[in-house]
Every structure is written in structure tokens, then in C-alpha cells.
Design a protein around this ligand. Sequence first.
Ligand SMILES: Cc1cc2nc3c(=O)[nH]c(=O)nc-3n(C[C@H](O)[C@H](O)[C@H](O)COP(=O)(O)OP(=O)(O)OC[C@H]3O[C@@H](n4cnc5c(N)ncnc54)[C@H](O)[C@@H]3O)c2cc1C
Length: 355
Amino acid sequence: MNARAHQVTVFEVIKETADAVTLVLDVPQAVQAKFIYSPGQFLTLRIPSEQEGRGGSVARCYSLSSSPHSEDRPAVTVKRTAGGYASNWICDNVAVDTVLTVLEPSGSFVPRSLDADVLLCAAGSGITPVVSIAKSILTAGSGDVALFYANRDRESVIFAWVLDELAASFPGRLTIVDWMEEDQGLPGSADIAALARPFANRDVYICGPAGFTATTRTALAQLAVPPSRIRNEEYRSLEVDPFAEPEVRVASSPKAGRTAAPGAHTATIEFEGETYDIDWPKNEPLLDVLLAKGLDVPYVCRESACGTCVCSVRSGRTRMLLNESLIDEELDRGLTLACQTVPEADGVHIAFDQD
Ligand SMILES: Cc1cc2nc3c(=O)[nH]c(=O)nc-3n(C[C@H](O)[C@H](O)[C@H](O)COP(=O)(O)OP(=O)(O)OC[C@H]3O[C@@H](n4cnc5c(N)ncnc54)[C@H](O)[C@@H]3O)c2cc1C
């Protein structure tokens, strides 16, 4: 079992709408330090499954809807996906005192600062990380928050009462623009551009279905918002099971001297206070190489989307095969995703401690 997996007990189940529940979690004292999180991050839940080929469980990510700044216990909010396995299992089976196996928080959909003004764009269950960011900025920071929130109909609006309370408590700092598809149809890029225009100089955080994200990005491009100020969280189901023993995709690399084996580059890796000199096969992602060496490197999706395996290139040349989570500013700081990074020359130095 993944060393970052822990058992937590469900403290409370809150029915938010006919299709969505919030699970408030009781994290044991002994691991509370590992569950310190930033607004916008997510947990990964292990869901039992008897289905053939599922290996006894599936893993799914759920954003934390609680704020680490104003709530004692972490909470996730899950909306049923039509025909989906895990979301329906959670809504039908999880109750107070259910024990869940959960990975420590991760993710990079996190505000740069709680003191900066932001534009938040959410559709449907995409409100989950967004409400955590809004609560955190309003209660613990000094930034102003504009929220564009699209929903199919009034019955499906998650956190309507939370947003009403925030609006009443922070009247000068929170602007909410609701979009109701049953009345207005799907929002188009011109609609979103018109609503976003007064806030176009802010950092933007988008969470919702792929179509909503694409339309919002088009709107922001019309307003000339630089991509480096836009972050989005894409909801999708994991292909891999991060709770299982990691699938080793490369042959274990022997500890090298300073001369690389054929087809590999030399590299130095800093991880958890230790330094490793490795042979890094030219086409193998760093995460795969380190897992093959038995290092317990944090990861969730292995597809570049979640940002869990982020590390920093201190020197040397590398490239990423795919990048769906790091923005330009982070790339400029040398950050890279271990699950997608391959070497381009000898002498690469990478550290998992980003300070
Ligand atoms: C970082 C992150 C944060 C997230 N946060 C949240 C959150 O806060 N709240 C939330 O509700 N969700 C969130 N999600 C989404 C969540 O992880 C799941 O993807 C979602 O709950 C659906 O999972 P499921 O098992 O119910 O559906 P799945 O079983 O994975 O099915 C998903 C879709 O695929 C279809 N499907 C399934 N199997 C097949 C097949 N064999 N062939 C064809 N189609 C198929 C289903 O019909 C369904 O439409 C998040 C995802 C990520 C990556």
C-alpha cells in the first residue's frame, strides 16, 4: 500500500443537493500533520470494487471543499456522475463512521496568494475547490473575489447557502455572478467575456467540465488574459491506482558512477534528505525510474494533470513529454513533473524539495 495512504473516519455526511454529498473527515491525531492542505487541493479516495479487473478497488480524486483557514476538519464534496462507479458508490454507501483510505492532499490548483484579487469560474461540481479558495481568501486574506458560477438548474446548485453567507459577511469583497442554464442556455465565450471583463486583470481559476473550461479560456483569450495567469482543474477519473504497489515500467537502474550506461544520462536526485546518483534512460520518465529504484516518490495520476510529483530542475537539460498542470511562471522557476520528465543531457540535478 502507498506510504501516503491513511485511514480516516467519516465524521459527518451533508446532503448538499439531490445528487451531491459532502463528507467531513476525522483525521487521526497521529497523521494530522500530513493532512495540512492548501485551498484548491484534493484528496484521493480508495473505493472498494468487486468488478473484474479492478483489483479490489478504484481510486478517485475529490477536491477539498473545506477551507484550511476556517474549518477544523477537511471535507470533500462528491457529485454523482451518470453511469459512474465511484461517485455513485460514495453517495449510496458512505455514512458517519465509514472508514476510508485516503492519500495525503496534493494538487497545484492553489491561489498564488490569499491577498491577491481573483476571478473564480466554476460550473456544477467544479465549485468544490473554488469555494475552498473563496472562503480562504475572504477569511484569511485581503484579496477580493469575483465568482462566475454556472449551473444547469436551481436544484443542482451546490453550496448556495455557503455562498449566500459569504456574500452577506463580505459584501464589499465578494461578487457572485450566477448563470442558470435552464433560463439562459449554456454560457458562450462572448457571455463569459462580458461578465469577466471587469476582473480581467486578476489571476483566474477555472473548474468545471471540459466544455466549460474551453469556453472560459476562449473568453479570457478575447480579453487578452495571459495564459500564465490562468489555472484550471480538470475533473477526470484516474487510469492508474495509486494505492496499489507502483507499476514498475522500467528495468531497475543500477547506481551509476559519473559515466552513464548506454542509452542513459547521468543524473543526481535529491529526495527526502538523501542524494542519489542514477543512470536515467533517455526516454524514461523520472518517476518511473525512481519507482523502479524503490523510492517512495509521491504521485497520483501519472498523466501530468494532478501536479503531485512536481520537483525542480536545479541544473541540466530536461524536457516534459506532456504538461497539463504547470504554468509558465512555475516552468521558469525550473519546476517539472517527474511523471513526464525525460533527460536531454548528462549531469541533470533534480530536487524534490522545492525550497
Ligand atoms: C483533481 C480532481 C479533482 C476532482 N474533484 C472532484 C470533486 O470535488 N467532486 C466531484 O464530484 N468530482 C471530482 N472529480 C472527479 C472524480 O474524480 C471522478 O472522476 C468522478 O466522480 C467520476 O467518477 P466515477 O467513478 O463515478 O465515474 P467513472 O466510472 O469513472 O465514469 C466516468 C464516466 O465514464 C463513463 N464510463 C465509465 N466506464 C466506461 C466504459 N467502460 N466505457 C465508456 N464509458 C464509461 C461513465 O458512464 C461516466 O460518464 C475530480 C477529479 C480530479 C482529477
